[in-house]
Write a new protein. Structure first.
Length: 203
């Protein structure tokens, strides 16, 4: 997924805050984030994904269950798969996580380092960045069924005339639906609207 300028700047802030990288999961819905990005060490990311630790990670459970910020060492949830210990073996001996947003669209960010615990001031910065990333990447309002139908036809390769005929509407009505979808998705072109709708899992 491409990032806008504001998001890119915030990711740079995270990189400066966390020497060993970070993982962001923004607007987690139905156990899947709308935006996911990780700069943790590649061997750890592979190991984590290969073992599906996101389904077993106490840090994820903590983030889904509450909002706020905590050091990894302060999380007391069970860790039967020793995910935290294994993270330390990959260099991330210390870390912190922040969680923000409603349970229906929660954002969680984790940061790590190998030399020391994160300070209270650094945790405050992490909370602030998490909030701003969550708000910057809030998906647009839901599309109407008519707008989704129009975008789906275009995404399937139909030209305007064919799409209008398929939907049983005039070509001008189709264009009106596409225009309203572009406005709602804050997209400049129909192709950008299709891309955004896919990214936001609206299609």
């Amino acid at each position: 997924m491409s990032f806008n300028r504001a998001t890119t700047e915030m990711l740079h802030e995270l990189a400066q805050l966390s020497p060993l990288g970070f993982t962001i999961g923004l607007h987690i819905r139905f156990a899947t984030p709308l935006v996911y990005h990780s700069t943790f060490p590649a061997p750890w990311v592979r190991h984590y994904n290969d073992n599906a630790y996101y389904l077993r990670d106490p840090l994820v459970f903590w983030g889904i269950g509450t909002t706020g910020v905590t050091r990894w060492s302060e999380i007391t949830l069970p860790d039967p798969f020793d995910v935290s210990k294994q993270a330390g073996e990959f260099g991330m001996k210390f870390g912190a996580s922040a969680s923000y947003g409603p349970i229906t669209s929660r954002s969680i960010i984790g940061i790590g380092r190998g030399d020391r615990e994160f300070t209270d001031d650094e945790l405050i910065r992490l909370v602030d960045i998490t909030r701003r990333l969550h708000e910057e990447n809030t998906p647009p309002a839901e599309l109407t069924p008519a707008q989704i139908e129009a975008l789906r036809c275009i995404s399937n390769g139909d030209r305007h005339t064919a799409a209008a005929a398929k939907l049983g509407i005039s070509e001008s009505a189709l264009k009106a639906r596409l225009k309203s979808a572009r406005i709602r998705l804050e997209a400049r072109t129909t192709s950008e609207a299709v891309r955004k709708a896919r990214e936001y899992r609206m299609l």
